[in-house]
Every structure is written in C-alpha cells, then in structure tokens.
Design a protein around this ligand. Sequence first.
Ligand code: ZN
Length: 161
Amino acid sequence: MQISQDSVVSINYTLTDDDGQVIDSSTLAGAPLVYLHGAQNIIPGLENALTGKQVGDKLTVNVAAADGYGEYNPEAVQVVPKHLFGGVETIEAGMQFHAQTDYGMQVVTVTAVEGDEVTVDGNHPLAGQNLNFDVEVMNVRAASKEELEHGHVHGEGGHHH
Ligand code: ZN
C-alpha cells in the first residue's frame, strides 16, 4: 500500500542538523512516529516526500528552514520585566512559557535573566535550521472514519481519548 491522502503512516526517523548532530529520532522517542498523512500532522517538506512511498522504503529528506519551522525571526526576541511572570518563583534560562505576543499565542523560551529583565525568544527552537531526515517507512494503513473526523491517529502511537 502506497502512502497517500488519509494513510496512517509509521516511520522511524533520525533528524540531524547540517553539522550531522542528531536533533531528534524515533529511537530517542522509543517508538516509531505515527501520523495521519495529508492532515498536516508533520512538517510539509517531510510529508510531501513520503507521498507514494511504501513499507520498507528508506529515504533522505532535506528540508530547508523556510519549509520546516521557519526562518529565525530576530523580532520575536523581547526583553520583558520579571513581574510579567507573576506567580513563578524562579525564572531561569531554558524555561518555556505560553505567552500572548505580537504574533499571537506562542511558546516562548527564556534565554537570559539579568536583574529584573527577562529575555524571551518566541522562535521555535528549530527555527532557522535546515532539517535532514533519514526515514524508513515501517507501516502504512488506511485511516478509520473516526481518525479522519479528528484529523489525527488513534491507538498505538496516536491519541488515546
Ligand atoms: Zn481523536
């Protein structure tokens, strides 16, 4: 069965940056990634490359930053006063918060704290990076009616609700 619109696809993958450093992999996650093809569950560059592939196929997919998590936007970095984090005892670099920004609701990452000034970065951690995927297709099946209605996979590797 070839991967097409509404296939439920399981893949093993390794994601590396341009220096060959492993950013993420299904081995780290402990199980294959399972997603609904054509529902924008995964980044478009990877999804498009998988169309027409089948179980056992191996492929390398290079996704430019713009087609992955976007170019790095320096304007998404802001310095805000600490009191905006009211209720949070200790603010440290690396912490992530949901915040209302000029670009809507986003996850922001604290990158620095100096006195009362907190620097937050609204870019996705992988923004500005080219993404290199080594992928093996492990399983392909048709989605159930319920999965199509929900726009995501149920059961193993998917949603349980
Ligand atoms: Zn569901």
